[in-house]
Design a protein around this ligand. Structure first.
Ligand code: SF4
Length: 348
């Protein structure tokens, strides 16, 4: 074999071994684990994407709900919406490749109007973000003058632009509790709105939460019986859920929190067995990073997040199609940015 070919082969070997070291303990959607062969198949694309990233001064941000080959192969940062929006705000790269869904890529653009923001999956939707329009929020505001509007980060740029403060699942309770008003409007997650009202009551800062929108198609499927079944099958198990779940599910769990919050809970816990009623991508990250702990479901799958692949990430770097490039009107960017800045300010 030619010398350059030998060196390239060595690089591929090294990358495939690195991937398998991380992914060998990680479950795929069909319940099997990543095999050495699958890591071998991914390695050439992973190397090529990482090389292109350097050539184009690009950064790749990948939501934890995308697939582990993206998260551990090519992402510079991965995490939940809030962590990634902070990273997007800090980056000095010329191009941001945002492996996630459309509203997240919009958020990166709002925070970096002068940069090129590209989403491998194109216009990947979200049942929450797509549940309410700007016009519906404006109508709600008109019906409740003076009531502050909190929008969950899982909302479109247009909705953020007419909201007062953006919030995430990690900071919604603290920010809502700090507001002086006794009423607030919360969009677009009806279940989180109910959880918010309950939590504000529990903290001794009760407020009326006026809600509109829909629900997350992954988290709204869970029932209290899922928690009960886990406790029956695994006595002593710790059950973790997301605040996008029904309040009855949250009430039955040991911990309710954001993707980041769940990760921190697992990291700090001496426990070895956890029931996770959330998206499988987070479970994959925990399987890769806490190999001495075991995670059981039922896990959900966000089909929108899984539209991001190594192949369309490479296309996004090489020759993005118009539906992969995020463009927003300057006035939408300006107004939506204010709601994000209010969140950063109130989370300090
Ligand atoms: S998991 Fe739910 S909230 Fe998150 S992107 Fe998918 S549909 Fe939207």
């Amino acid at each position: 074999m030619h010398l350059a070919g030998v060196a390239q082969q060595a690089l591929l070997d090294q990358e495939a071994h690195r991937l398998y070291g991380l992914l060998g303990s990680v479950s795929r959607q069909d319940g099997t684990k990543w095999t050495a062969e699958q890591c071998w198949q991914a390695a050439p694309l992973v190397l090529r994407i990482n090389q292109l990233k350097k050539e184009k001064n690009a950064v790749i941000l990948a939501h934890s709900y995308t697939t582990p080959d993206l998260v551990y192969g090519v992402a510079d940062f991965s995490g939940d919406s809030y962590a990634l929006s902070r990273k997007a705000a800090e980056t000095s790269a010329d191009t941001i490749i945002f492996a996630g869904v459309w509203f997240m890529a919009e958020t990166a653009k709002i925070l970096n109007p002068s940069k090129r923001v590209i989403i491998p999956a194109g216009r990947a939707g979200c049942t929450l973000a797509d549940a309410i329009t700007q016009e519906e929020v404006c109508a709600l505001k008109a019906g409740h003058p003076g009531v502050p509007v909190l929008c969950y980060v899982n909302s479109t740029a247009d909705v953020k632009a007419v909201s007062d403060i953006c919030v995430t699942s990690g900071n919604v309770f603290d920010i809502a509790a700090k507001l002086p008003q006794k009423e607030l409007i919360f969009v677009p997650d009806l279940l989180m709105a109910r959880n918010l009202e309950i939590e504000l009551q529990r903290r001794g800062t009760p407020k009326k939460v006026i809600a509109a929108g829909g629900s997350c198609c992954v988290h709204d499927k869970y029932k209290p019986e899922n928690v009960a079944a886990l406790r029956r099958q695994y006595p002593g198990i710790k059950v973790l859920v997301h605040p996008e779940c029904h309040p009855e599910v949250c009430a039955a769990a040991d911990y309710v929190g954001s993707t980041q919050g769940m990760t921190e809970y697992v990291a700090k816990s001496d426990g070895k067995l956890f029931g996770l009623l959330t998206e499988q991508g987070l479970v994959n990250r925990l399987e890769a990073e806490y190999k001495d702990k075991k995670f059981v479901g039922p896990f959900g799958i966000c089909s929108y997040m899984k539209l991001n692949t190594l192949t369309n990430t490479m296309k996004a770097l090489l020759n993005p199609s118009p539906d992969q490039v995020v463009e927003l009107a300057p006035d939408v960017i300006e107004r939506a940015r204010k709601s994000l800045e209010n969140m950063f300010e109130m989370s300090r």
